[in-house]
Ligand binder design. Structure first.
Ligand SMILES: Cc1cc2nc3c(=O)[nH]c(=O)nc-3n(C[C@H](O)[C@H](O)[C@H](O)COP(=O)(O)O)c2cc1C
Length: 222
């Protein structure tokens, strides 16, 4: 038994009123669709000083239906879906090709809030992926140009060489194309908003798509 880890785990708290005063969430004030509520909560997370609120867990499943998860960045959310970008040949890219469904989870501890999004995933047209990539930083382009994501790497020296070449090319050619770089859109069938509460009376509000642009929502036991 790892007693250091056990002690540390027991010393930590969530929804601690002595550390953070969490906002309330009145579900009666919720809009009929999830996107405006997501936009509101996202802006409030930024205003609350949440670090990197645009990072999210992306869960996919492999050919056998076994789950996998990792962090990626949110590139946008609008009527067409929640978008993120990655290499089509990466592990997650291969998962999505075989099984184009995914789930996202955001956690904003400064406000005790979680948002879960699930649904089918499609790929955006390549010109949109290119425009999205070229609107980002030189580092983002260099990372995309480095490529070979999720392949086995023989040594860190190999990475340093490839990355240096990619940075040089990204600076020289800010419009360089990265054919495997793909913009994905998750079009939600469900979006759940969770507001943590120190008394554990967490408010969970789940939206469920009922048709083109129409949603119903309901409360869930925490
Ligand atoms: C804060 C953070 C942001 C990340 N953003 C992305 C991203 O937007 N796209 C991406 O492909 N990988 C991103 N990564 C790396 C992924 O977590 C992951 O390591 C990589 O995509 C390979 O995943 P895979 O082998 O499951 O395909 C990010 C990692 C962190 C920690």
């Amino acid at each position: 038994m790892n007693t250091d880890l056990d002690e540390l785990l027991r010393s930590l708290r969530v929804w601690d009123p002595e550390v953070t005063e969490l906002p309330g969430f009145d579900p009666a004030s919720a809009p009929p669709e999830p996107l405006p509520l997501f936009e509101r909560w996202f802006a409030q997370a930024v205003a609350a000083g949440e670090r990197e609120p645009h990072t999210m867990s992306l869960a996919t499943s492999d050919e056998e239906g076994h789950p996998d998860v990792r962090i990626v960045m949110l590139h946008g959310a609008d009527a067409s879906g929640w978008s993120f970008a990655t290499h089509a040949g990466s592990r997650k890219g291969r998962h999505l090709a075989a099984h184009p469904h995914a789930a996202l989870a955001f956690y904003w501890p400064a406000l005790g809030r979680q948002v879960r999004v699930r649904g089918p995933v499609t790929t955006a047209p390549p010109e949109q992926a290119r425009a999205d990539l070229h609107a980002r930083s030189t580092g983002a382009l260099a990372a995309a140009l480095t490529g070979r994501q999720s392949e086995v790497l023989n040594s860190l020296e190999e990475l340093t060489r490839a990355s240096q070449e990619a940075w040089d090319r990204a600076r020289r050619e800010p419009e360089a194309d990265v054919p495997t770089w793909t913009l994905y859109r998750l079009r939600p069938t469900e979006v759940e908003f969770f507001q943590g509460d120190p008394r554990r009376r967490h408010v969970r509000l789940r939206y469920h798509r009922t048709g083109e642009g129409t949603w119903s929502h309901e409360l869930l036991w925490p």
